[in-house]
Design a protein around this ligand. Structure first.
Ligand SMILES: C[S@@+](CC[C@H](N)C(=O)[O-])C[C@H]1O[C@@H](n2cnc3c(N)ncnc32)[C@H](O)[C@@H]1O
Length: 410
């Protein structure tokens, strides 16, 4: 009951966000801003993935790199970066030479502190990892998803195989990289037994951080989940027991870390989307500043922008009530009761009801509370408005289509 009311209140608040396709207003960011760079290329498209991507072509990729360097060079950035993260798509469709150009452009603007990258495991080699370290990368995040070849076949993903993943993670750790992996639960053909086997295998490999994402139905996803949200939660709770025995501690409802792993200063998509300010580069990247949320357009429009020194994007003003719900969702995601933020009356009332209903014990979420957190976080991510994929959240979507057509007519 409480779960359903909370889900309703939050998703209603998020769905209210309406974007305008227009030029970016002047943005102000805190001095130590996070930087997200979207690499929109994949060699094949996985049917479970909703994120913006285009099939790789060397020509498009070269145009993208030239434009990205120009975009970075003209950005209003200075000072330190809190983190820099390359996500995708598949960032490792770029060569080490491509990264050298991007990082040089970043270094001419800001101080780089810690830098992470998402990697598709089947493409990773030891040479590539060595190159990343010499460019200053400190963290890699490997999208394993599952070890099941059947699921990979069914979803169009190129399989990497256990031995290859073991080899690259062992090597990455030996050269000082912090290694996170993504697993998913509820993918097609991935039964509870298959997921349990995934956990046994990942425990043998021992990455520093393991994120277990429930398969979420976000617009753009083509596959169908193999189990319900509740069954996903039960599988994650069972995995949590095994991971605890193997020395991992639970950092949030879906994240597990080995002792001494620093996760606070590194981008975590499910968390940073909720609360932190960051600056996004590349097509379909998000930025959030004090007043605005900005989402850059898809590749062809973004390329035209950079070529013409324009900044047409999807812009929405930030709303206090949506921000408050986001902060509340984030607090639940973190599993512990942090009272540092002063919530408005209606959220405090909610908090009171949750506590009374036994969702917290000694300042931490109980099992009942964790289920609440799992349901809420999933519902929040599933309801986040992604304007590139979702015309319903763009007030003047027709203007966007006209603008897009004008490029293709050139
Ligand atoms: C932006 S994706 C892309 C990573 C990279 N392209 C790859 O394929 O390895 C990053 C992570 O999001 C997660 N993800 C993708 N689609 C998802 C979905 N529908 N629901 C939940 N998590 C998802 C996966 O765990 C994936 O590793």
């Amino acid at each position: 009951m409480l779960t359903n009311i909370s889900k309703y209140m939050m998703t209603k608040s998020f769905k209210k966000t309406k974007y305008q396709f227009t030029t970016i207003p002047s943005l102000s960011f805190s001095k130590d801003v996070g930087i997200y760079i979207h690499v929109p290329f994949c060699y094949s498209k996985c049917s479970f993935c909703p994120f913006y991507k285009e099939l790789y072509s060397a020509e498009l990729k070269d145009q993208y790199i030239n434009a990205l360097v120009k975009e970075i060079s003209s950005a209003p950035l200075e000072g330190n970066s809190k983190w820099i993260y390359f996500g995708g798509g598949t960032p490792n469709t770029l060569t080490l030479e491509d990264f050298t150009r991007i990082i040089n452009a970043l270094k001419s603007k800001i101080e780089i502190t810690n830098m992470g990258i998402e990697l598709l495991p089947s493409l990773v080699t030891q040479e590539y990892l060595k190159g990343l370290v010499s460019l200053g990368f400190t963290k890699i995040s490997i999208g394993i998803e599952t070890f099941s070849k059947k699921t990979h076949q069914k979803t169009g993903r190129k399989s990497a195989g256990y031995n290859h993943i073991l080899e690259i993670i062992t090597y990455a750790k030996s050269i000082g990289l912090s290694v996170a992996v993504d697993l998913m639960v509820g993918l097609p053909e991935q039964t509870a037994y298959v997921f349990a086997t995934d956990i046994t295998k990942i425990i043998q490999i021992k990455p520093d951080q393991i994120t277990i994402y429930p398969f979420m139905i976000i617009r753009g996803v083509k596959a169908t989940p193999s189990c319900s949200t509740k069954e996903q939660f039960i599988s994650i709770e069972t995995a949590a027991l095994k991971l605890h025995e193997a020395g991992y501690s639970r950092k949030s409802v879906w994240i597990f870390v080995l002792p001494n792993t620093t996760t606070n200063d590194v981008y975590d998509s499910s968390k940073d989307e909720l609360v932190n300010d960051y600056y996004g580069f590349g097509p379909a990247s998000f930025s959030t500043s004090h007043q605005w949320k900005v989402v850059k357009p898809e590749l062809s429009v973004w390329l035209k922008n950079i070529h013409n020194n324009e900044s047409f994007s999807f812009i929405a003003p930030k709303k206090k009530s949506t921000d408050d719900w986001r902060k509340f969702a984030n607090r639940i995601y973190d599993l512990k009761l942090d009272n540092s933020y002063h919530f408005p009356f209606y959220i405090r009332l909610f908090d009171f009801l949750i506590k009374t209903a036994g969702y917290y014990r000694n300042g931490y979420l109980s099992k009942k509370g964790r289920y609440f957190s799992h349901e809420i976080t999933k519902a929040v991510v599933e309801s986040l408005p992604f304007p590139v994929q979702n015309p319903d959240c763009v007030e003047n979507h027709e203007d966007y289509l006209v603008y897009k057509r004008s490029i293709h007519d050139l």
